[in-house]
Design a protein around this ligand. Structure first.
Ligand code: BTN
Length: 270
């Protein structure tokens, strides 16, 4: 666990996100280190980045392959939203990532709700959002609601990984920026653009401009109308993808024409 004297932070064009930005040569997982920092009052916008993760964490208890040459980092947010709004955070982050992939020459990044970015069906980026909630402040008269004390948004981007270096189980399922555009991109350039976009959308979210971001999200989403199946939420639904609602929840039209709202889980294209 070596903290490095990198100067990424100086190259950022943001005010909140990435200040401070801690860069480690390796960690078990940036989520774990960020959690310790958040529990010890680290300020909103703090980032923990590692060049290599020994125990990278994916969603639903999966491992996340995190060799050198990828971008592995976690952002600490303290949005004071109700916990209900967690899915909006996923929408703004996936939209920011897709737009920045596009601006770096990847022509068709596709967002698979809630948290994946795919290129030609292969995963290039995954996001893991973990949260700690607390009861709402009394003065808001909303004692029964909980609000987010902090959110740890972990972003994993396959930057330079060559297909042959992915483990066998991922070879047909994952891709990297280098693989897609055939050239190397400097991590600090990519990170500066991504954090700028994330900050812009995060501020818009706080200003209740979620619907504007959702319009952008829609441009990169899996096409509406395709058949999908929710795979890990309590109930399993199959049907046509209709979009997301004002909370960032997924809407699926079942074969009986019923609109089902899905707030957690993943989807599979069928
Ligand atoms: C997924 O698609 O399953 C989510 C993957 C999230 C990976 C990132 S890499 C940085 C952060 N630290 C981790 O251990 N995981 C997230």
């Amino acid at each position: 666990m070596n903290l490095l004297p990198e100067n990424f932070e100086d190259t950022l064009r943001t005010k909140i996100i990435g200040h401070p930005l801690y860069v480690y040569s390796q960690l078990d997982s940036t989520q774990i280190t960020a959690k310790h920092l958040a529990a010890n009052k680290a300020k909103e916008g703090t980032i923990v980045l590692a060049y290599f993760q020994k125990k990278g964490m994916g969603r639903n208890g999966r491992e996340w392959f995190s060799p050198k040459g990828g971008i592995w980092f976690t952002i600490i947010l303290r949005p004071h939203f109700s916990s209900e709004k967690a899915n909006m955070i996923n929408i703004i982050f996936t939209t920011a990532c897709a737009e920045v992939f596009y601006s770096f020459g990847i022509t068709q990044p596709v967002i698979k709700w809630p948290n994946d970015i795919l290129i030609n069906g292969k995963k290039i980026c995954g996001i893991l959002t973990q949260m700690k909630s607390k009861p709402r402040r009394k003065k808001d008269n909303l004692q029964n609601e909980s609000e987010i004390e902090y959110a740890l948004v972990g972003i994993g981007i396959n930057l330079d990984t060559a297909i042959e270096d992915f483990p066998a189980a991922l070879k047909n399922k994952a891709t990297s920026i280098k693989q897609e555009i055939g050239k190397e991109i400097k991590m600090d350039d990519f990170l500066a653009s991504l954090l700028e976009k994330i900050e812009k959308y995060y501020i818009m979210l706080k200003e209740d401009k979620f619907s504007k971001i959702q319009k952008e999200w829609k441009k990169f989403s899996l096409p509406f109308g395709i058949l999908v199946k929710t795979s890990t939420s309590k109930e399993v639904y199959e049907g046509q993808l209709v979009g997301t609602n004002e909370h960032g929840h997924l809407i699926i039209r079942t074969p009986h024409g019923k609109m089902e709202e899905v707030s957690a889980g993943e989807i599979e294209i069928i």
